[in-house]
Write a protein that binds this ligand. Structure first.
Ligand code: ADP
Ligand code: MG
Length: 707
């Protein structure tokens, strides 16, 4: 067994478990070992039975004196009762609905137990404790003062992020023997001088201590090492991209000031100062002989599209082609319409290419025709989905690439767009994800940044309210009124279907609160049949086929639907100015960024808009932040303080672990790792001295999908 052995080859892991692990991103032994606990329970103090206090969670050790099952037919329940003794006394132990325990724990067994001492109806008992049996051969040596190397009890115990069907107990049980077996296979990839200078544990020690720490302080040191390493690797990857890009050449696109002035004057509104600044920065970049790599970041509705059109027009009139990519077909079509409309007077050939349809100017045309024309340079602006890259569309003279709603775009992908050209095109990406400064420093360290912080004038504030359960009816009445006056409504629910009740989870409060969460299908039926039988209610969720989804969205766009019940799929930037109410069920279950994105779906037209946050927890800090502010950047900073940046920036897109994302709060640490990376690259830009590190970075780059 080594680090790259598939987890399926571990003795106790079958196909079912393998699937669950895959959901955690764990496919190899190495990835399993790098699945870290997110907290610890300290059960290292073993309390004599006579000293156990009611209400406390404790670890005890002793001999099982009796154990039996008691059936309670009325409540359909089995209680397993045991008596545990040590030198100081005895206590009663109770488990609920785990009858099989009597096959595992037998009278005479020596065990560790961890549980809460409970008192109910004058009975005191240790309630549903975790247990660990000590093998008979160890019991003797323990009496002589030797310490038994336990896994779940009698020590500081790791608690792993909760996943369906993979308990911390199971993970400990699997991880510990593997760690013992292959500890020596784990090689150090942090350069020694960096490790020493920053006082970090060596990897072999750290990996052991992060799972099974001797002390909480050791766990902390271990974590510090891995956080440092992850940020260090990330900085290296990004700095190397920057160095690589700086060596590339791009074509100079001369600035045509008269043309730009004419365009700006043709707009139906005045640009905001931030829009003008951003446009200017981009135009200046295009004049340089090295490829622009700029991110245009501005809140939902801040008017990024029109800013992008400034360099687009300039590049086209200077004789270059432009590729304009959007993440979805709906968005690509929306852009096609907008761009055509805004550039009407400038006589520009605009094409649209998507998975299904292709248009040139107003007419539907064949795929082949559009790719041919692009190749010959007869299309100036090609708008489309990722199809542009996948179909290997060839351009004659590609000068600029615009990417909407995607955070990053790698050099290699950019190169793919223009394989036959001598020069790289300039690149502008646009994102509505507000970025806190520390994050910008790391993740976007190689990008230049233009920010639009100011919203266009005249936008109405979206009235945002937390709605408690007792106000639900009033909210429904309000919604009915809005619909009667012609408006449309979104209802967002946190999940697709009501979960099956899982008996194992019933004891768990978290699980109980999730069982109450509104499910789309159920809510859709309720609204359609009971609450709004007279209105047109429709449903949208991620498990629907693309065509079904499009149909639903189209019908909503054509105002044939009044109320759209949806999961979070509605997030991606669609523009329905007639929708004025965003109603979010179980609002406390969503992250602040998501809530803010949802709210951005309304308030796009002339009508007053509303965002209703349904929740039983009016003091939830995220909900309060939503009520208090509508500024995406302000919310971003707040979210960073509340829980780390993961949620806000859609970390899933990057695959950076939670605990590392949380550390991005720490600007000194971020700067330290960045400086360390610079130091290494200065002396050895190709990382010749660190072959293992170089290999690891290649893997790392794949994992964090920066491209
Ligand atoms: P986003 O930044 O979310 O992509 P859009 O580019 O879709 O935003 O712009 C949102 C709306 O605001 C569009 O209808 C656009 O025409 C309009 N808009 C953009 N800039 C201004 C402005 N300076 N004044 C008024 N409206 C504007
Ligand atoms: Mg947009």
């Amino acid at each position: 067994m080594n680090l790259s052995t598939p987890v399926g080859e571990i003795p106790r892991i079958g196909p079912q478990t393998q699937k669950k692990l895959k959901r955690l991103g764990v496919e190899t032994v190495g990835e399993l070992l790098f699945h870290f606990p997110h907290r610890y329970e300290d059960y290292s103090d073993i309390v004599p039975i006579s000293k156990v206090e009611t209400g406390k969670t404790v670890c005890v050790q002793g001999i099982v004196k009796q154990i039996k099952n008691i059936r309670i037919f009325k409540r359909r329940m089995v209680i397993t009762e045991a008596l545990l003794s040590d030198d100081s006394g005895s206590l009663r132990v109770t488990w609920f609905n785990q009858p099989y325990l009597i096959n595992t724990l037998k009278p005479g067994d020596f065990v560790f137990l961890v549980g809460k001492m409970t008192s109910k109806n004058a009975r005191r008992y240790l309630s549903s404790p975790a247990y660990e049996k000590i093998p008979a051969q160890f019991v003797e040596s323990m009496k002589n003062g030797e310490k038994y190397d336990s896994v779940h009890t009698g020590r500081i115990v790791p608690v792993y992020p909760e996943t369906e069907g993979l308990s911390s107990r199971w993970l400990r049980f699997v991880i510990k023997p593997i760690l013992t077996k292959i500890k020596n296979e784990i090689t150090e990839t942090l350069p020694e001088e960096i490790r020493k200078k920053n006082d970090l544990l060596p990897v072999k020690k750290a990996i052991w201590q992060i799972h099974f720490p001797d002390t909480l302080a050791m766990a902390e040191s271990a974590k510090k090492r891995f956080v440092f390493e992850e940020l260090f690797d990330l900085s290296l990857v990004i700095l190397r991209e920057k160095i690589k890009l700086a060596k590339e050449k791009a074509t100079v696109v001369p600035l045509d000031l008269k043309l730009i002035k004419k365009f700006v004057a043709s707009l139906p509104y005045k640009l905001t100062i931030d829009q003008k600044k951003a446009g200017w920065q981009i135009l200046k970049d295009l004049e340089k002989p090295r490829p622009m790599n700029r991110l245009l970041d501005g809140d939902v509705g801040s008017g990024k599209t029109v800013v992008a059109l400034i360099p687009v027009l300039n590049a086209v009139k200077a004789g270059f082609q432009v590729a304009f990519m959007a993440p979805t077909e709906i968005l690509a079509k929306q852009h096609f319409k907008t761009v055509k409309n805004f550039l009407r007077e400038f006589k520009i050939k605009i094409g649209l290419i998507t998975g299904k349809e292709n248009f040139l100017d107003g007419k539907k045309i064949k795929r082949k025709e559009i790719t041919d024309k692009t190749k010959k340079g007869e299309i100036d602006i090609l708008i489309g989905t990722h199809a542009i890259i996948q179909e290997k569309v060839e351009f004659k003279k590609l000068g600029l690439v615009i990417i909407d709603e995607q955070h990053r775009f790698g050099i290699d992908q950019r190169a793919k767009l223009c394989q036959k050209q001598k020069f790289l095109p300039h690149l502008l990406s646009m994102s509505a994800t507000p970025i806190p400064r520390t994050l910008a420093l790391t993740i976007y360290g190689d990008l230049d940044l233009s920010l639009i912080k100011e919203m266009p004038k005249g936008r109405k504030k979206i009235i945002t309210k937390i709605v408690l359960p007792e106000k639900r009816k009033a909210a429904y009445d309000f919604i009915r009124n809005e619909v009667k006056s012609g408006r449309q409504v979104f209802v967002i629910c946190p999940r697709i279907e009501s979960p099956q009740k899982n008996p194992d989870l019933e004891m768990n409060e978290m699980a109980v609160s999730w069982l109450d969460v509104k499910a789309v299908k159920q809510e859709f039926r309720k609204l359609k049949k009971e609450v709004f039988p007279d209105l047109r209610v429709d449903m949208l969720h991620g498990k629907m086929k693309t065509e079904e989804k499009e149909k639903v969205i189209k019908s909503f766009g054509n105002r044939k639907t009044d109320i759209l019940v949806s999961t979070s799929v509605i997030e991606v930037g669609i523009d329905f100015p007639n929708a004025t109410i965003m109603m979010i069920e179980g609002a406390d279950k969503f992250g602040l960024a998501q809530l803010h994105q949802f709210r951005g779906r309304v308030g796009r037209g002339e009508h007053q808009s509303y965002c209703f946050l349904f929740s039983e927890f009016p003091s939830n800090p995220r909900l309060r932040a939503m009520v208090a502010s509508q500024d995406g950047f302000e919310l971003a900073e707040k979210d960073l303080k509340l829980r780390g940046p993961g949620d806000l920036t859609g970390q899933r897109q990057w695959g950076i672990p939670d605990f590392v994302m949380a550390s991005l709060k720490d600007i000194t640490l971020v700067e330290k790792t960045r400086n360390a990376a610079k130091e290494i690259l200065q002396n050895d830009p190709e990382l010749k001295k660190y072959p293992e590190l170089r290999e690891k970075l290649a893997r790392f780059q794949k994992r964090i999908h920066l491209e």
